[in-house]
Write a protein that binds this ligand. Structure first.
Ligand code: PNS
Length: 166
């Protein structure tokens, strides 16, 4: 049973994340999509909302099992608890590499038995990030094709409820 953790903020999940999950699924029997619960970071969606959206947009039938979960604290401790053998991270461009390398080497220092596997996202997704999606959305731009339509709807609902509350 080869299990990997795919950790991230997923605020919100993008089509780029879905691409990495699909690629991870070709390599592992189980992929745990793990949403970081970080109370210090302000986010558009709560951890529960992010997990719910993930569960709704992830493929139901797949060769590998996909679990959605959230975690707090050190990623390596969570990975050990879940008995995972690897951490999956997506790399879009060279600019991602420095940050990812630093995290991977730090995680290796903390847990040498845990490998970090970098997967290259498809070219069509190489410029998508949750941060840019939120920025474009908040400025009234079109985000169709960047996130699943359910996520776009939840973003619209979130904005409407914020506007109502003033
Ligand atoms: O989607 P993100 O925000 O780039 O994901 C970053 C994440 C969640 C992978 C990273 O912040 C993380 O692993 N946080 C947990 C705390 C931890 O283990 N820190 C040490 C990492 S070297």
């Amino acid at each position: 049973m080869r299990k990997a953790i795919y950790p991230g903020s997923f605020d919100p999940i993008t089509n780029g994340h879905l691409d990495i999950i699909a690629r991870g699924c070709t390599l592992f029997d189980e992929v745990v999509v793990a949403v970081l619960n970080n109370p210090d970071k302000s986010s558009m969606f709560t951890v529960e909302e992010r997990c719910e959206m993930l569960r709704e947009v992830l493929p139901q039938a797949s060769n590998c099992r996909i679990e959605v979960d959230s975690f707090q604290g050190l990623l390596v401790d969570y990975a050990k608890k879940k008995k995972a053998i690897a951490i999956v991270r997506g790399i879009r461009a060279i600019s991602d590499y420095e940050y990812e390398l630093q995290m991977a080497l730090m995680n290796r220092r903390l847990a040498p038995e845990l490998e970090t596997i970098f997967l290259m996202s498809g070219e069509a997704f190489s410029y998508i990030s949750s941060r840019l999606v939120k920025q474009i959305f908040n400025l009234g731009g079109k985000i169709e094709g960047l996130v699943p339509s359910l996520v776009e709807q939840r973003m619209t609902d979130k904005l409407a409820s914020k506007t109502r509350r003033g």
